[in-house]
Write a protein that binds this ligand. Structure first.
Ligand code: L34
Length: 282
C-alpha cells in the first residue's frame, strides 16, 4: 500500500511560504511581484489552468494580469505584445500558455520572451543554464515533481529513475533534474523497445504520456515511487492521469493522484519563479 503524495497539501504549504516572501518583497519595494499570462484561443483545459494560475497569484499576493487573445491572432501581433511586456519594467514574469494555435510558431514566441522574465524557463538561454546546472528558474512541472519528492522525504541519489516522455517541457528537463540529484536516469518514449523491461526496474517512475491507464500494476515493481504527470480528460468529464491508480497503489511505496498531484505543483512553481524574477530584476 502506497503513501499518497498530496500535491494540494504540499502546494498549499509552499504557497504559504511564498506568500510570506511576497509580503516581505512588497513591503520592501512598495510594489508586488507581477506576472502576465497570455492565452490565445479558447481551449477549455488551458482556460482552467490559466484560471488556477490567476487564483494562485491572488492567494500569495502576486499581481497578475491575463491577456486573452482570439484563436485567430497572428504571430506578429503576439510578438508585438510580448515586446511591449519585455520593455515594461512593472512586469516581472511573462508566460504564454501552450499549446498555441497552428498559425503561431511556438519556438518564435518562446524565443521572443526576455529570458529574465521567462518564468516557464523554456527559452534556449534558460534551457542551456539548466543543462549546465546554473539556473535561476526551472520549468514549473519538473520543478514541482522535485519538490514533491523532497517534501515527501524521497531521495533520488543512486535510484533508478525512469522517465516516460521526452518533451522539452516535461521529459527532458525532468531527466536533467533527476540527474542533478544523482539519479540513474532512463528516458523512454514512443520508440522504446520493451517499455516494461525499463519500468519494471524503476525505483522512481515519472510518466508524462497522456494516455489513461497506460501504466498498469504489472509494469512496476514493489516499492516503486510513481509520479503521474499525465492529464487526461475522460468522456464523462473526469480527469485522470497515465497510471492505473487503484492497481498500482497496492505495489507502490508512494504515488501521486490526478487531480491533486503534480498539477497544483506546476502552478505553485510558477509563483516561485515569478517571485525569483521580481527579486532578480530589483
Ligand atoms: N507555457 N504552458 C506553459 N506553461 C505551463 O506550465 C503549462 N502547463 C501545462 C500546459 N501548458 C503550459 C500548465 O500550466 C500543464 N499545466 C497545468 C497547469 C495546472 C494544472 C494542470 C496542468 C492543474 O491545475 N491541474 C489540477 C486540475 C485542473 C482541472 O481541474 O482540470 C490538478 O489537480 O491536477
Amino acid at each position: 500500500m502506497a503513501m499518497i503524495i498530496d500535491g494540494k497539501a504540499i502546494s498549499s504549504q509552499i504557497r504559504n511560504e511564498i506568500a510570506e516572501e511576497v509580503a516581505a518583497f512588497t513591503a520592501e519595494h512598495g510594489f508586488a511581484p507581477s506576472l502576465t499570462v497570455i492565452i490565445v484561443g479558447d481551449d477549455p483545459a488551458s482556460q482552467v489552468y490559466v484560471r488556477n494560475k490567476e487564483k494562485a497569484c491572488t492567494q500569495v499576493g502576486i499581481k497578475s494580469e491575463i491577456i486573452r487573445l482570439p484563436a485567430e491572432t497572428e504571430e506578429a501581433e503576439l510578438l508585438k505584445i510580448i515586446d511591449g511586456l519585455n520593455k515594461d519594467k512593472s512586469i516581472n514574469g511573462i508566460l504564454v500558455q501552450l499549446p498555441l494555435p497552428k498559425q503561431i510558431n511556438e519556438k518564435n514566441i518562446i524565443a521572443a520572451i526576455d529570458p529574465q522574465k521567462d518564468v516557464d524557463a523554456f527559452s534556449y538561454e534558460n534551457t542551456g543554464r539548466i543543462m549546465a546546472g546554473d539556473f535561476d528558474f526551472l520549468p514549473c512541472t519538473p520543478a514541482g515533481v522535485m519538490e514533491l519528492l523532497h517534501r515527501s522525504g524521497i531521495s533520488v541519489c543512486g535510484k533508478d529513475c525512469v522517465v516516460i516522455g521526452r518533451s522539452n517541457i516535461v521529459g527532458k528537463p525532468m531527466a536533467m533534474l533527476l540527474m542533478h540529484e544523482n539519479g540513474t536516469v532512463t528516458v523512454c518514449h514512443t520508440k522504446t523497445k520493451d517499455l516494461k523491461s525499463h519500468t519494471l526496474r524503476a525505483d522512481i517512475l515519472v510518466s508524462s504520456v497522456g494516455k489513461a491507464n497506460f501504466i498498469t500494476a504489472d509494469m512496476v515493481k514493489d516499492g516503486v515511487v510513481i509520479i503521474d504527470v499525465g492529464i487526461n480528460h475522460l468522456h464523462d468529464g473526469k480527469l485522470t492521469g497515465d497510471v492505473d491508480f487503484e492497481g498500482c497503489f497496492e505495489k507502490a511505496s508512494a504515488i501521486t493522484p490526478v487531480p491533486g498531484g503534480v498539477g497544483p505543483m506546476t502552478v505553485t512553481m510558477l509563483l516561485k519563479n515569478t517571485l525569483t524574477a521580481a527579486k532578480k530584476q530589483n
